[in-house]
Design a protein around this ligand. Structure first.
Ligand code: SF4
Ligand code: SF4
Length: 286
Protein backbone atom coordinates (compact mmCIF):
# COMPACT_ATOMS: atom_id res chain seq x y z
CA UNK A 1 0.00 0.00 0.00
CA UNK A 2 1.36 3.39 -0.98
CA UNK A 3 0.17 6.44 0.97
CA UNK A 4 1.41 9.84 -0.12
CA UNK A 5 1.31 12.82 2.22
CA UNK A 6 0.97 16.09 0.36
CA UNK A 7 0.01 19.71 0.95
CA UNK A 8 -0.77 22.52 -1.39
CA UNK A 9 1.82 24.70 0.32
CA UNK A 10 4.85 24.34 2.54
CA UNK A 11 4.84 24.66 6.31
CA UNK A 12 1.52 22.93 6.96
CA UNK A 13 2.93 20.00 8.95
CA UNK A 14 3.16 17.49 6.09
CA UNK A 15 6.43 15.99 7.34
CA UNK A 16 5.08 15.85 10.89
CA UNK A 17 2.16 13.75 9.62
CA UNK A 18 4.26 11.53 7.32
CA UNK A 19 6.84 10.72 9.99
CA UNK A 20 4.27 10.23 12.75
CA UNK A 21 2.32 7.80 10.58
CA UNK A 22 5.51 5.97 9.58
CA UNK A 23 6.82 5.64 13.13
CA UNK A 24 3.41 4.53 14.46
CA UNK A 25 3.16 1.75 11.89
CA UNK A 26 6.78 0.61 11.90
CA UNK A 27 6.33 -1.32 15.17
CA UNK A 28 4.07 -3.76 13.36
CA UNK A 29 4.81 -3.44 9.64
CA UNK A 30 7.76 -3.41 7.27
CA UNK A 31 7.66 0.17 6.10
CA UNK A 32 9.42 2.43 3.63
CA UNK A 33 9.38 6.18 4.17
CA UNK A 34 10.24 8.00 0.96
CA UNK A 35 11.27 11.62 1.38
CA UNK A 36 10.48 13.04 -2.06
CA UNK A 37 10.64 16.64 -0.83
CA UNK A 38 13.98 16.67 -2.61
CA UNK A 39 14.69 20.40 -2.29
CA UNK A 40 14.47 20.18 1.46
CA UNK A 41 14.26 16.58 2.70
CA UNK A 42 13.84 16.76 6.45
CA UNK A 43 11.95 13.61 7.47
CA UNK A 44 15.17 12.24 8.93
CA UNK A 45 15.29 15.08 11.43
CA UNK A 46 12.46 13.18 13.09
CA UNK A 47 13.04 9.49 12.26
CA UNK A 48 16.81 9.47 12.97
CA UNK A 49 17.89 6.73 10.57
CA UNK A 50 21.62 6.24 9.96
CA UNK A 51 22.21 6.79 6.24
CA UNK A 52 24.57 4.11 4.95
CA UNK A 53 23.94 3.95 1.19
CA UNK A 54 23.94 6.67 -1.43
CA UNK A 55 23.70 6.80 -5.19
CA UNK A 56 24.20 9.81 -7.44
CA UNK A 57 21.40 10.69 -9.86
CA UNK A 58 22.20 11.65 -13.44
CA UNK A 59 20.08 12.54 -16.43
CA UNK A 60 21.29 11.95 -19.98
CA UNK A 61 21.89 15.15 -21.91
CA UNK A 62 22.82 15.40 -25.60
CA UNK A 63 26.38 15.66 -26.82
CA UNK A 64 26.68 16.63 -30.47
CA UNK A 65 29.38 15.32 -32.78
CA UNK A 66 29.87 18.36 -35.01
CA UNK A 67 31.77 16.22 -37.52
CA UNK A 68 28.58 14.29 -38.30
CA UNK A 69 26.09 17.16 -37.86
CA UNK A 70 24.60 18.74 -40.98
CA UNK A 71 22.85 21.51 -38.97
CA UNK A 72 19.49 20.35 -40.27
CA UNK A 73 17.72 21.74 -37.18
CA UNK A 74 15.67 18.59 -36.49
CA UNK A 75 16.88 18.32 -32.87
CA UNK A 76 15.74 21.85 -32.07
CA UNK A 77 12.34 21.17 -33.67
CA UNK A 78 11.65 18.04 -31.63
CA UNK A 79 12.80 19.37 -28.27
CA UNK A 80 9.73 20.37 -26.26
CA UNK A 81 11.86 22.20 -23.70
CA UNK A 82 13.97 24.50 -25.89
CA UNK A 83 17.04 22.76 -24.55
CA UNK A 84 18.79 22.41 -27.88
CA UNK A 85 18.94 24.88 -30.75
CA UNK A 86 20.76 25.22 -34.05
CA UNK A 87 22.13 28.68 -34.70
CA UNK A 88 23.85 29.03 -38.04
CA UNK A 89 26.52 26.32 -38.02
CA UNK A 90 26.44 25.66 -34.30
CA UNK A 91 24.30 23.37 -32.14
CA UNK A 92 23.72 24.88 -28.70
CA UNK A 93 22.73 22.65 -25.77
CA UNK A 94 21.26 24.15 -22.60
CA UNK A 95 21.81 21.39 -20.01
CA UNK A 96 19.77 23.03 -17.26
CA UNK A 97 16.67 22.98 -19.53
CA UNK A 98 17.15 19.42 -20.76
CA UNK A 99 14.73 16.82 -19.36
CA UNK A 100 16.79 13.91 -20.67
CA UNK A 101 13.94 12.59 -22.80
CA UNK A 102 16.28 11.35 -25.53
CA UNK A 103 14.07 12.59 -28.41
CA UNK A 104 16.82 14.60 -30.07
CA UNK A 105 19.34 11.76 -30.17
CA UNK A 106 16.69 9.28 -31.29
CA UNK A 107 15.50 11.48 -34.14
CA UNK A 108 18.80 12.94 -35.35
CA UNK A 109 19.01 11.78 -38.98
CA UNK A 110 22.83 11.71 -38.88
CA UNK A 111 23.18 9.87 -35.54
CA UNK A 112 25.27 12.83 -34.49
CA UNK A 113 23.95 12.97 -30.93
CA UNK A 114 25.20 10.77 -28.14
CA UNK A 115 24.34 11.23 -24.47
CA UNK A 116 26.36 12.07 -21.41
CA UNK A 117 25.25 12.09 -17.78
CA UNK A 118 24.66 15.30 -15.87
CA UNK A 119 24.57 14.96 -12.09
CA UNK A 120 21.27 16.16 -10.59
CA UNK A 121 21.38 15.00 -7.00
CA UNK A 122 21.61 11.95 -4.80
CA UNK A 123 19.42 9.23 -3.32
CA UNK A 124 20.33 8.18 0.21
CA UNK A 125 19.11 5.16 2.15
CA UNK A 126 19.26 3.75 5.62
CA UNK A 127 17.13 1.68 7.98
CA UNK A 128 16.22 1.29 11.59
CA UNK A 129 14.22 -1.76 12.64
CA UNK A 130 11.24 -2.15 10.32
CA UNK A 131 11.64 1.33 8.86
CA UNK A 132 13.67 2.03 5.75
CA UNK A 133 14.20 5.68 4.84
CA UNK A 134 14.89 6.62 1.22
CA UNK A 135 15.49 10.31 0.65
CA UNK A 136 16.30 12.30 -2.46
CA UNK A 137 18.37 15.47 -2.46
CA UNK A 138 18.56 17.70 -5.48
CA UNK A 139 21.75 19.69 -6.08
CA UNK A 140 21.66 23.35 -5.04
CA UNK A 141 20.46 25.53 -7.91
CA UNK A 142 19.00 22.59 -9.83
CA UNK A 143 15.55 23.34 -11.22
CA UNK A 144 14.21 19.88 -12.03
CA UNK A 145 13.12 17.71 -9.14
CA UNK A 146 11.23 14.92 -11.02
CA UNK A 147 14.32 12.93 -12.12
CA UNK A 148 15.48 12.66 -8.51
CA UNK A 149 11.96 11.81 -7.31
CA UNK A 150 11.75 9.06 -9.95
CA UNK A 151 15.01 7.56 -8.68
CA UNK A 152 13.73 7.61 -5.08
CA UNK A 153 10.53 5.83 -6.14
CA UNK A 154 12.48 3.08 -7.92
CA UNK A 155 13.22 1.68 -4.46
CA UNK A 156 9.54 1.08 -3.66
CA UNK A 157 8.92 -2.50 -2.63
CA UNK A 158 5.17 -3.13 -3.00
CA UNK A 159 5.34 -5.78 -0.28
CA UNK A 160 5.87 -2.97 2.24
CA UNK A 161 3.71 -0.15 3.45
CA UNK A 162 5.12 2.88 1.67
CA UNK A 163 4.68 6.44 2.90
CA UNK A 164 5.74 9.26 0.60
CA UNK A 165 6.54 12.73 1.88
CA UNK A 166 5.59 14.78 -1.18
CA UNK A 167 7.10 18.18 -2.11
CA UNK A 168 4.84 21.14 -1.28
CA UNK A 169 2.77 22.78 -4.01
CA UNK A 170 0.81 21.39 -6.94
CA UNK A 171 3.32 21.36 -9.82
CA UNK A 172 5.24 18.61 -11.68
CA UNK A 173 7.26 17.34 -8.68
CA UNK A 174 4.03 16.81 -6.75
CA UNK A 175 2.45 14.83 -9.60
CA UNK A 176 5.64 12.77 -9.95
CA UNK A 177 5.66 11.97 -6.23
CA UNK A 178 1.93 11.27 -5.81
CA UNK A 179 1.17 9.27 -8.96
CA UNK A 180 0.84 5.55 -8.34
CA UNK A 181 -0.31 6.06 -4.74
CA UNK A 182 -3.26 4.13 -3.34
CA UNK A 183 -4.23 7.07 -1.17
CA UNK A 184 -3.21 10.68 -0.68
CA UNK A 185 -3.40 12.47 2.66
CA UNK A 186 -3.69 16.23 2.20
CA UNK A 187 -2.38 18.23 5.11
CA UNK A 188 -3.68 21.74 5.51
CA UNK A 189 -4.32 24.43 8.07
CA UNK A 190 -7.64 26.16 8.73
CA UNK A 191 -6.83 29.50 7.14
CA UNK A 192 -7.82 31.15 3.84
CA UNK A 193 -4.36 30.35 2.41
CA UNK A 194 -4.69 26.77 3.61
CA UNK A 195 -8.08 26.44 1.95
CA UNK A 196 -6.89 27.93 -1.32
CA UNK A 197 -3.94 25.54 -1.56
CA UNK A 198 -5.97 22.57 -0.37
CA UNK A 199 -8.50 23.13 -3.15
CA UNK A 200 -5.68 23.15 -5.73
CA UNK A 201 -4.19 19.96 -4.28
CA UNK A 202 -7.60 18.26 -4.34
CA UNK A 203 -7.87 19.04 -8.06
CA UNK A 204 -4.51 17.35 -8.66
CA UNK A 205 -5.42 14.14 -6.84
CA UNK A 206 -8.85 14.09 -8.49
CA UNK A 207 -7.18 14.25 -11.90
CA UNK A 208 -4.87 11.42 -10.89
CA UNK A 209 -7.90 9.40 -9.70
CA UNK A 210 -6.41 8.85 -6.25
CA UNK A 211 -8.65 8.74 -3.17
CA UNK A 212 -7.81 11.39 -0.61
CA UNK A 213 -8.54 12.57 2.89
CA UNK A 214 -7.61 15.67 4.82
CA UNK A 215 -5.58 16.27 7.96
CA UNK A 216 -6.19 19.69 9.47
CA UNK A 217 -3.18 20.89 11.41
CA UNK A 218 -3.10 23.78 13.87
CA UNK A 219 -6.82 23.61 14.54
CA UNK A 220 -7.78 26.77 16.38
CA UNK A 221 -5.60 29.13 14.37
CA UNK A 222 -8.11 30.24 11.74
CA UNK A 223 -11.72 29.70 10.73
CA UNK A 224 -14.19 26.97 9.71
CA UNK A 225 -13.86 27.36 5.94
CA UNK A 226 -11.65 24.30 5.43
CA UNK A 227 -14.16 22.17 7.37
CA UNK A 228 -17.03 23.59 5.31
CA UNK A 229 -15.16 22.99 2.05
CA UNK A 230 -14.46 19.36 2.94
CA UNK A 231 -18.10 18.75 3.86
CA UNK A 232 -19.25 20.40 0.64
CA UNK A 233 -16.81 18.38 -1.49
CA UNK A 234 -17.46 15.19 0.52
CA UNK A 235 -13.78 14.81 1.37
CA UNK A 236 -13.27 13.04 4.68
CA UNK A 237 -11.42 14.88 7.44
CA UNK A 238 -9.41 12.07 8.97
CA UNK A 239 -7.42 13.83 11.65
CA UNK A 240 -7.35 17.17 13.43
CA UNK A 241 -4.16 18.27 15.15
CA UNK A 242 -4.63 21.25 17.49
CA UNK A 243 -2.55 24.37 17.55
CA UNK A 244 -0.26 23.34 20.40
CA UNK A 245 3.01 25.00 21.35
CA UNK A 246 4.31 21.69 22.68
CA UNK A 247 3.96 20.03 19.25
CA UNK A 248 5.98 22.83 17.66
CA UNK A 249 8.64 22.56 20.38
CA UNK A 250 8.99 18.80 19.89
CA UNK A 251 9.37 19.27 16.14
CA UNK A 252 12.01 21.95 16.55
CA UNK A 253 13.96 19.62 18.85
CA UNK A 254 13.72 16.69 16.42
CA UNK A 255 11.56 14.67 18.79
CA UNK A 256 8.88 12.61 16.99
CA UNK A 257 5.36 13.56 18.03
CA UNK A 258 4.48 9.98 18.99
CA UNK A 259 7.46 9.84 21.34
CA UNK A 260 6.89 13.24 22.88
CA UNK A 261 3.14 12.68 23.26
CA UNK A 262 2.55 8.88 23.09
CA UNK A 263 -1.24 9.15 22.82
CA UNK A 264 -0.76 10.33 19.22
CA UNK A 265 0.43 6.84 18.25
CA UNK A 266 -3.16 5.59 18.71
CA UNK A 267 -4.46 8.51 16.67
CA UNK A 268 -2.17 7.68 13.77
CA UNK A 269 -3.00 3.96 13.96
CA UNK A 270 -6.67 4.92 13.78
CA UNK A 271 -5.87 7.17 10.82
CA UNK A 272 -4.24 4.23 9.05
CA UNK A 273 -7.29 2.04 9.67
CA UNK A 274 -9.54 4.77 8.23
CA UNK A 275 -7.34 4.98 5.14
CA UNK A 276 -7.52 1.21 4.67
CA UNK A 277 -11.32 1.34 5.03
CA UNK A 278 -11.61 4.10 2.43
CA UNK A 279 -9.39 2.23 -0.04
CA UNK A 280 -11.39 -0.96 0.54
CA UNK A 281 -14.63 0.94 -0.10
CA UNK A 282 -13.26 2.22 -3.42
CA UNK A 283 -13.96 5.87 -2.63
CA UNK A 284 -12.42 8.65 -4.72
CA UNK A 285 -13.11 12.39 -4.87
CA UNK A 286 -15.26 13.25 -7.88
S1 SF4 B 1 19.36 16.77 -35.69
FE1 SF4 B 1 21.45 15.96 -35.71
S2 SF4 B 1 22.24 16.59 -37.68
FE2 SF4 B 1 20.43 17.82 -37.35
S3 SF4 B 1 21.20 19.69 -36.39
FE3 SF4 B 1 20.66 18.31 -34.72
S4 SF4 B 1 22.54 17.22 -34.25
FE4 SF4 B 1 22.83 18.17 -36.25
S1 SF4 C 1 17.08 15.08 -24.46
FE1 SF4 C 1 14.97 15.82 -24.77
S2 SF4 C 1 14.88 17.61 -23.47
FE2 SF4 C 1 17.04 17.18 -23.71
S3 SF4 C 1 17.67 18.41 -25.46
FE3 SF4 C 1 17.10 16.40 -26.26
S4 SF4 C 1 14.96 16.59 -26.87
FE4 SF4 C 1 15.44 18.33 -25.52
Amino acid sequence: MIISVASGKGGTGKTLVATSLALSLSDDYKLQLLDCDVEEPNANILVHVAINKSQLVYIPIPKVDEAKCTYCGKCGEVCAYNAIAVVKEKVLVFPELCHGCGACSYLCPESAISEEGREMGVVERGDSGNLELIQGKINVGEAMAPPVIREVKKYIDPANIVIIDVPPGTSCPVVEAVKGSDFCLLVTEPTPFGLNDLALAVEVVKKLGIPCGVVINRVGVGNQEVEQYCHREKIPILLRIPLDRNIGMLYSQGIPLIEGVPRWREEFLRLFQDIKDIIAAGWAAK
